[in-house]
Design a protein around this ligand. Structure first.
Ligand code: GLC
Length: 743
């Protein structure tokens, strides 16, 4: 049997290789038949609004249906040979189906070579640009599950619901490192750790791109935004980032390298500047680093308007034509233009002037056409009406509920305030986000940056509705701040929902103060004055600073952006139906003046030069922490050796026991500390994690094998791998074991 499996795997491997080679050859052949203009057209991507009827185009953000302006499309296809379109809003599945069918049909009818159109959409947390789609928690939550199977599920449901509509290019996952807590896209990241981001993102990519359940359709992922986008110095989106090469290589590049090694088919470029150079103009980054060092062979797409931004935002080019030259020379393949066709003219002129070779254009055209062959678009490009029934199934929503449940973090629970007994008489729900759907889902939900519930389905629960449904035998009422004093006298417990009230995305999410807004802080003081048990639920895309709210609440749940099923997930944790198992995917800051990650450097807090006591507290919940309604103990950490050769491996095993009164799940996180390094070493670094379920009284041996080069090394500023002998400490739970790496 084993023999046959091995034979099958070998056969599949070589079959895939030959299929891939075959696609490469087919792409070369087809591109060799193309005119220069047709090759340039493959490099051009336009927004959906450019082929929409004028009336809809004028009111794009409020469209409820799509209608293709066939004449506009025919012009783009016949005169400019446009090879890709993008974007969308949460319109109905029927509207999407009609639109995508007409788009591809018109192209097949009017284009000379019948090269299918590549259509890209931002389904970044489930099928979020589809009215009936399943809305998952955002990545910051998915990471907090510490369960990569959940990240796979997000991709599985997304492609299951959208590939049949002809959405075969998904602009996901974001694998930028979540380092800057002010950043308006913080919630789109998998948090502050490179290992966590790498494993969550690659699990998503594998499921997105290799999914037999949606055959014959295939979907391409798009890792974004390469590189250094997520730590702008000011925290403002698309503003300058200054990240030294060594830090870039140790913390920001690993997740993108993991995505490339996982076979991600496309990559999107960082709109911003890094160390003074806009990434879209950087040959060092987009060719030397990305292609030559990291080995990326797929399609590189610019971000929105980012060639023109080289002129208008970065001022490194005097003209759009010069900007076009810079970006293509740097290494982009496709321009997300996205609403003009001048790009096509400029590229043609640059070739005719000899500044760009036709071979350079052919190179990008081949990559793009090969991608279209890889996706099977030449065989299957039209949407399938029979798959409209695949959208919004209860089992898909159940997966979104499961993801939300596993992602919510219990960060404080004093006096056993939680879970709230189902027999409790009166629960008062209050707070600015208690009756909001958009607060639960955040940006990229039906609209780019939805400001209210207008576009949200009425059947999606608000937190208040979720709690009412969960506590059927209790009196559950929403009370506004000004009525609390009168209405709360007989309340048993108060649920205070705080956080961010509107959906935001990108620059739209820029702030200059991380504090929770003052009206909510004041609301909290009114709540605390009631002298009742307070459960604070944080619903937000980034960690707003809480003042005294954390210390004055008996219990605190971090819910992040838990998605369309998030209200039910929160309510089931409040009632104890679900035992919370999430752990922080980032370090929640305590004060604005000292925002650092868990894997900070020793000199941040050195006893060598002590800071005053009150300054020592830097977080209300550190990365990797989270409570449960049961207790887990860690014992018997055993290592195979305490002296490890650079070519050897060290096997570590720890026993985890559920010593509490409820079944539960525990994310087992393994950290390594390098005691001394030629470049300062973080106080600890996550190297491995897995989530286990333990019944009451159950014990499980959990193992981790340390491979020195993978788990103990670090890069220098040139990317050279440094593996240095000396003392290391392995820690898991409250267990620690020191060992030595020999020469
Ligand atoms: C935006 C975002 C990018 C998104 C693209 C297409 O500007 O930066 O993440 O995929 O445009 O919507």
């Amino acid at each position: 049997m084993v023999y046959r499996i091995c034979l099958y795997l070998v056969f599949s491997f070589f079959a895939h290789l030959s299929w891939a080679q075959n696609n490469k050859e087919k792409a070369e052949k087809l591109v060799s038949q193309m005119t220069l203009e047709e090759k340039i057209g493959q490099m051009a991507q336009l927004n959906i609004t450019t082929i929409m009827t004028d009336s809809l185009q004028k009111h794009y953000d409020s469209v409820r249906t799509y209608h293709l302006d066939t004449a506009k499309l025919i012009r783009f296809v016949t005169q400019f040979h446009i090879g890709s379109f993008l974007n969308g809003r949460g319109v109905s599945k029927e509207s999407w189906y009609e639109y995508m069918h007409e788009l591809q049909r018109v192209n097949l009818t009017h284009s000379r070579l019948k090269v299918p159109i590549l259509y890209g959409v931002d389904h970044v947390h489930g099928s979020n640009y589809l009215k009936e789609g399943t809305i998952f928690p955002h990545n910051i939550n998915i990471a907090a599950t510490f369960d990569t199977t959940i990240s796979r599920e997000v991709a599985n449901v997304t492609v299951y619901e959208t590939s049949g509509l002809g959405h075969h290019w998904n602009f996901a996952p974001v694998m930028d490192l979540g380092r800057n807590k002010f950043w308006g896209r913080y919630y789109e990241t998998y948090g502050e750790d490179p290992v966590l981001a790498s494993q969550m993102g690659t699990a998503y990519i594998h499921a997105l791109q290799n999914n037999p359940a949606i055959a014959p359709y295939k979907v391409a992922g798009c890792v974004k935004h390469f590189i250094g986008y997520s730590d702008p110095k000011s925290g403002w989106d698309r503003t300058p980032a200054e990240i030294p090469d060594q830090i870039l290589r140790e913390f920001f590049i690993p997740s993108f390298k993991a995505a490339i090694d996982a076979g991600v088919k496309t990559l999107m470029v960082n709109s911003g500047e890094l160390n003074g150079i806009p990434v879209h103009a950087s040959h060092d980054i987009l060719t030397k680093l990305l292609r030559e060092e990291l080995g990326f062979k797929g399609v590189v797409v610019t971000d929105w308007l980012d060639i023109i931004s080289l002129r208008d935002m970065h001022f490194v080019a005097e003209t759009e034509k010069e900007a076009t030259y810079m970006a293509i020379h740097a290494g982009i393949d496709m321009s997300m233009i996205p609403v003009t066709t001048d790009f096509c003219r400029y590229v043609k002129e640059l070739v005719q002037e000899g500044r760009l070779s036709e071979e350079r254009i052919s190179q990008s055209a081949r990559r793009i056409v090969e991608l279209k062959y890889d996706l099977g678009l030449f065989e299957t490009v039209l949407p399938d009406k029979n798959r409209l029934t695949w959208i919004g199934k209860p089992e898909s929503k159940a997966k979104a509920l499961h993801a939300a449940e596993e992602s919510i973090v219990l960060i404080k629970n004093e006096k056993a305030t939680l879970p709230i007994s189902p027999t409790v008489k009166k629960i008062i729900v209050t707070g600015a986000v208690a009756q909001s759907r958009v607060a639960l889902c955040g940006g990229w939900t039906y609209r780019f940056a939805p400001k209210n519930d207008y576009w949200f389905p009425k059947e999606m629960n608000t937190l208040l509705e979720g709690i009412k449904k969960e506590f059927k035998s209790s009196k559950v009422i929403f009370v506004a701040e000004h009525e609390l004093a009168t209405q709360a006298k007989d309340a048993d417990v108060i649920v205070f929902a705080a956080g961010e009230k509107e959906g935001y995305a990108e620059t739209d999410g820029t702030i200059d103060d991380l504090q929770l807004d003052s009206s909510q802080v004041a609301w909290a003081q009114t709540v605390f004055a009631l002298k009742k048990p307070v459960v604070t639920v944080l619903i937000e895309g980034r960690p707003r600073l809480l003042g005294n709210i954390f210390d004055r609440s008996e219990a605190v749940l971090w819910a992040g952006l838990p998605g369309g099923e998030g209200a039910q997930a929160i309510a089931e944790i409040l009632s104890g139906k679900t035992n919370p198992s999430g752990k922080m995917s980032f370090t929640y800051p305590f004060k604005q003046g000292h925002i650092i990650p868990y894997n900070h450097k020793p000199s941040e807090y050195t006893t060598y030069r002590e800071v005053s006591k009150e300054l020592k507290r830097y977080t209300i919940a550190e990365f990797g922490t989270g409570l449960s309604y049961t207790q887990f103990t860690y014992n018997h950490l055993i290592v195979s050796d305490t002296a490890l050769k650079a070519t050897g491996k060290l096997r570590a095993t720890v026993t985890v026991t559920n010593t509490g009164k409820r079944d539960g799940k525990e994310a087992v996180l393994w950290y390594v500390t390098d005691h001394v390094g030629s470049i300062t070493r973080p106080v600890k670094e996550l190297q491995h994690f897995e989530k286990i379920a333990l019944k009451v009284g159950e014990s499980r041996a959990v193992s981790f094998t340390i491979l020195p080069e993978q788990h103990l090394s670090f890069p220098d500023k040139n990317g050279k791998v440094l593996l240095e002998k000396g003392q290391f400490t392995l820690s898991v739970g409250d267990q620690k074991q020191t060992f030595r790496l020999m020469e």
